[in-house]
Design a protein around this ligand. Structure first.
Ligand code: HEC
Ligand code: HEC
Ligand code: HEC
Length: 463
């Protein structure tokens, strides 16, 4: 790895992901703090939309109330300017603030706990020296009682956090070790891809076996059923680097992970992650059995009048008719996509597979937006705030059922109620922020448990 001289400004921007293309052409230094900040995607949560880099103020909606990310610029008054390296390390890896208060796990410290001392030190130097201080306070998080009791996090942490930095396994290759470090540590893939238990702690025995993320499903990455056994190494690497693979494209939160973090990583690091993912123990996805027949599956749109300019949709239009009107212009009447691949084929696409209906519905609702190497990929959304065409829940359900039946390998039907649940599954906030509200439900349960135990103890003591 060659070190390249970077101006202070350029390094700050790189961490922010703004200098993507000029730097992507060079070999990034994996030991630099800016690179580590990109790998860990600190900007995703600590930079508000349109706000100054790392000045915080991004609001994460949780069922308990709004949690706001902190100003982590080196401002002494409003940021982390007074943090020592040790205090910084405790905040990032243990979720403990400088004043001793516990952070809510909307900050992914359970994954960052696996980061090395050297990377934390480089990250600290980067924030202290290369990030511009912003002298404004981020709004304070003020959850209602009992969630205001930050000490209650001790209980949740004892159960689900507190990992140690990952040490190398001498029996494995350098690439495998690097890949495991990135996947489990800074790149925190498991925050979304590892299933969670009732208290929303990660089920570590089912590492990367697939998990729900708000209105999306982060698929099984193991070689098991419903996993990645039919993806080639090259395909997987291309997906991580560009969001495009033979059988699928990155949408929703994964598109953001690619755009803000993964596309900026070195090819060596991408290949290392692929090497590690290949070695995961196989876990089968818990797929619901294919549901019944969609009513209008027999309708074959390509046998239908192809040119329907000016055709107006009836409210109760069937799935095929909806597809022809809203989707066929880009994805083709027979779902083959465009020759050059700009518009992906829906035939054989992972999003049409059993178990991925949440991703299909969310893609129809919100469309796709992803910027890689300066090129913007865009599919319009068809939800209630669509600028192109608004479809209601029942129409989207019929459309999704039709697409699954016709282009997918397992006939799966989607109901209007399912569409409604996904549509109201919170605004499509970027990245891991989507997982935070769900984690907070677990925190709430632990807080309640601790309070119940406290009351029981007090009553007993009185006796
Ligand atoms: C998924 C969103 C998310 C990501 C990614 C994230 N953070 Fe945070 N972080 C938060 C939130 C939310 C808080 C405030 C939590 C609270 O108030 O309990 C926070 C708090 C902090 C604090 C405590 C500051 C203080 O005094 O309040 C530090 C330091 C910090 N983050 C550093 C980082 C660094 C460094 C990274 C990248 C390695 C990072 N964060 C990535 C969401 C995130
Ligand atoms: C913020 C949550 C989140 C994070 C973090 C995340 N992913 Fe994903 N990932 C998703 C979602 C959601 C999908 C499904 C996207 C779609 O349908 O387009 C996905 C899709 C994928 C796929 C395609 C699998 C398939 O069968 O369609 C791969 C491969 C993948 N992610 C790998 C990774 C790796 C490796 C990391 C860490 C470097 C990672 N992801 C981090 C949420 C996430
Ligand atoms: C204006 C063109 C256009 C229209 C109309 C359109 N799409 Fe798309 N679609 C795209 C583009 C572009 C992508 C993203 C390609 C990428 O991510 O590289 C996409 C992606 C998708 C994906 C995700 C594929 C994957 O691999 O993850 C699905 C599913 C999908 N579209 C279904 C539909 C459905 C159903 C409709 C009709 C409601 C529709 N599209 C309408 C252009 C369009």
């Amino acid at each position: 790895m060659t070190r390249f001289p970077l101006t202070r400004m350029a390094r700050a921007l790189m961490g922010f992901g703004l200098l993507a293309s000029p730097l992507a052409a060079q070999t990034p230094d994996p030991a630099s703090g800016a690179y580590i900040a990109t790998t860990a995607d600190c900007a995703a949560c600590h930079t508000a939309k349109g706000g100054k880099p790392f000045a915080g103020g991004y609001a994460i909606n949780s069922p308990m109330g709004v949690i706001t990310s902190s100003n982590i610029t080196p401002s002494k008054e409003f940021g982390i300017g007074s943090y020592t390296l040790e205090e910084f390390s405790d905040a990032v890896r243990k979720g403990i603030r400088r004043d001793g208060a516990h952070l809510y796990p909307a900050m992914p410290y359970p994954a960052y706990a696996h980061m090395s001392d050297a990377d934390i030190a480089a990250l600290y130097d980067y924030f202290m020296q290369d990030v511009a201080p912003v002298e404004t306070a981020a709004p304070e998080t003020d959850l209602p009682f009992p969630f205001s009791q930050r000490w209650a996090m001790i209980g949740w942490n004892a159960l689900f956090a507190g990992g140690a930095p990952i040490t190398s396994d001498p029996d494995q290759s350098e690439a495998w070790n690097r890949g495991r470090y990135l996947v489990q540590g800074p790149a925190h893939c498991g925050t979304c891809h590892t299933p969670r238990n009732l208290l929303m702690g990660s089920k570590t025995a089912d590492l990367m076996a697939g998990g729900d993320v708000g209105a999306w499903y982060a698929p099984n990455l193991t070689p098991g059923k419903g996993g990645l056994s039919d993806w080639s190494d090259a395909d997987l690497a291309r997906y991580l680097k560009t969001g495009i693979a033979t059988h699928g494209r990155a949408s929703g939160p994964m598109a953001e992970a690619v755009e803000y973090s993964l596309q900026h990583l070195s090819d060596t690091d991408i290949d290392a992650m692929v090497t590690y993912l290949r070695s995961l123990p196989a876990r089968d996805s818990d797929l619901s059995p294919a549901a019944g027949q969609a009513t209008d599956a027999a309708f074959a749109p390509w046998e239908h009048s192809a040119n329907r300019t000016g055709h107006r949709l009836a409210k109760d239009a069937g799935g095929a008719e909806l597809y022809e009107t809203a989707c066929a212009s880009c994805h083709g009447l027979s779902g083959d996509g465009s020759k050059d691949g700009t518009y992906p084929a829906l035939k054989g696409n992972v999003t049409l597979e059993n178990g991925q209906s949440a991703n299909l519905v969310s893609t129809i609702l919100h469309g796709v937006t992803r910027e890689t190497e300066g090129k913007h990929t865009l599919m319009p959304g068809f939800g209630p705030d669509s600028l192109v065409q608004k479809l209601d829940d029942a129409q989207i359900a019929r459309l999704a059922s039709y697409a699954s039946m016709t282009f997918g390998d397992t006939g799966q039907t989607v109901t209007a109620d399912e569409v409604k649940t996904l549509r109201t599954g919170g605004p499509v906030a970027p990245l891991v922020r989507l997982a935070a509200p769900q984690i907070m439900i677990g925190v709430a349960l632990v807080v309640l448990l601790v309070l119940v135990l406290l009351v029981v103890w007090l009553i007993r003591r009185r006796r």
